[in-house]
Design a protein around this ligand. Structure first.
Ligand SMILES: Cc1cc2nc3c(=O)[nH]c(=O)nc-3n(C[C@H](O)[C@H](O)[C@H](O)COP(=O)(O)O)c2cc1C
Length: 201
């Protein structure tokens, strides 16, 4: 069975730097036999978390919208690539809004103890963070990493790798970057092969 790869594009800018970098990763994954799909978060209809904490008692989110359907889909894939540009030194509202909506899964795991991901499951489910930033600062992605770590932990994926490219202003966009698109393609190839190896071991 083909390795299922899902890309979440968290940029509101269609076909911009970040989605293009995500596409290069997905092309690599497809080139080696991965079954690849992409969801553009801004095309979905979901609200931010209300903080009502009902999920702490029921394990369910009371808001039934596209976020819930997307989480169900996330649980069917082997590789999850989450992409966001850096906005105001963090991830976009689209992606942060989705991550906050995973609170009901967190509640299932840590309060109600109705969901548990064994280590072998986590090892076979790889998460990749893909991002671009305008500035050259070394620390420009630092505020994004903890939120992405929290998300992959919650949904049972190993935080496997980053594909990040800064200085988009200097390079005049991702296509001007000397290595990022090639790196993304190669990492797409590598992660599918890695998961295949785990499945066959
Ligand atoms: C609202 C907004 C906020 C931004 N904030 C930052 C920032 O804090 N640091 C940075 O390096 N770049 C920042 N940028 C630049 C983007 O991260 C950069 O241009 C990125 O490659 C855009 O990706 P996209 O084409 O997928 O939208 C910002 C851009 C926008 C539109």
């Amino acid at each position: 069975m083909a390795i299922e790869v899902l890309g979440l594009s968290g940029s509101p800018h269609r076909h911009g730097n970040t989605e293009t970098l995500l596409d290069a990763f997905l092309d690599g994954a497809r080139s080696t036999g991965g079954s690849v799909n992409k969801v553009v978060l801004k095309e979905l209809d979901y609200t931010p978390c209300r903080g009502c904490n009902v999920c702490h008692k029921t394990g369910e989110c009371i808001v039934k919208d596209d976020a819930i359907t997307l989480f169900e889909r996330i649980f069917t894939v082997d590789c999850l690539a989450v992409a966001s540009p850096i906005y105001s030194m963090g991830i976009t509202a689209e992606l942060k809004g989705l991550i906050d909506r995973a609170q009901f899964i967190w509640a299932q795991k840590f309060i109600l103890k109705t969901r548990y991901f064994p280590d072998e499951h986590i090892r076979a489910h790889k998460g990749i963070f893909i991002s671009t930033a305008g500035l050259s600062w070394d620390n420009v992605f630092d505020a994004a990493f903890p939120a992405i770590t929290a998300f992959f932990n919650t949904v049972g994926f190993e935080y496997y790798d980053n594909i990040i490219a800064h200085e988009m202003d200097r390079y005049k966009g991702i296509r001007g970057h000397p290595t990022a698109l090639k790196e993304a393609f190669e990492k797409g190839v590598r992660v599918v092969s890695e998961i295949e190896k785990i499945h066959s071991s």
